[in-house]
Write a protein that binds this ligand. Sequence first.
Ligand code: ATP
Ligand code: MG
Length: 215
Amino acid sequence: MHAGECVALVGPSGRGKSTLLRCLYGSYGIDSGHAWLRPRAGVGEAAPPAVDLAQAHAHEVIELRRRALAHVSQFLRVVPRVPALDIVAERAWQAADGSLEREAAREQARAAAADLLQALNLPRPLWSLPPATFSGGEQQRVNIARALVVPSRLLLLDEPTASLDAGNRRTVIDLIRRVMAAGTSVVGIFHDEEVRDALATRQVQLGETADRTHA
Ligand SMILES: Nc1ncnc2c1ncn2[C@@H]1O[C@H](COP(=O)(O)OP(=O)(O)OP(=O)(O)O)[C@@H](O)[C@H]1O
Ligand SMILES: [Mg+2]
């Protein structure tokens, strides 16, 4: 797929949409076929080679997730005892390219995280609290902020607006459009037709599988 494209995966519940995203994220192995990802070059770096997500070693997957690949899961896995701002800033900090002093990089990461949480309308008193007690929609926005805080090559979205009200849904659509315009490709699952129509440049219908091992 091309830079800036958004492919929506369509199909009934249980058809394997989330599973396909987990394969692309490197969480599940792939028995056949290829999924090539060409990471972007960093400032002053040579273009990195394309990586086949179907064959990638664990350390390659970890490196891709640091700077090229992001996943907003259908269900948030809350990191215990870590404040919302740090959950978002940590990813930005881990992706920093080493051109800044450690403290300056940390500050820059926290500023980027704060900008995103603000854009996503997460109330400021929540920023210093761990998201375990947050509402579904608040947790979902932390999850989205963590995925967007680093400009990925490929963004995987599993029902990113499922718990959001209309206003927050529109904010998320705007933010995703912005990262697409900046060259990020998106593969997403959007049950909400309004969101799908607003974002998808192409739809892929998942077919019936012939060899299901359980029914
Ligand atoms: N790790 C796993 N081991 C065994 N079966 C799994 C695993 N993950 C998913 N499945 C099964 O694969 C099928 C597809 O699941 P998946 O979560 O991908 O569906 P989906 O299309 O995302 O559905 P929904 O729209 O309800 O989210 C389901 O029957 C599910 O139980
Ligand atoms: Mg699913």
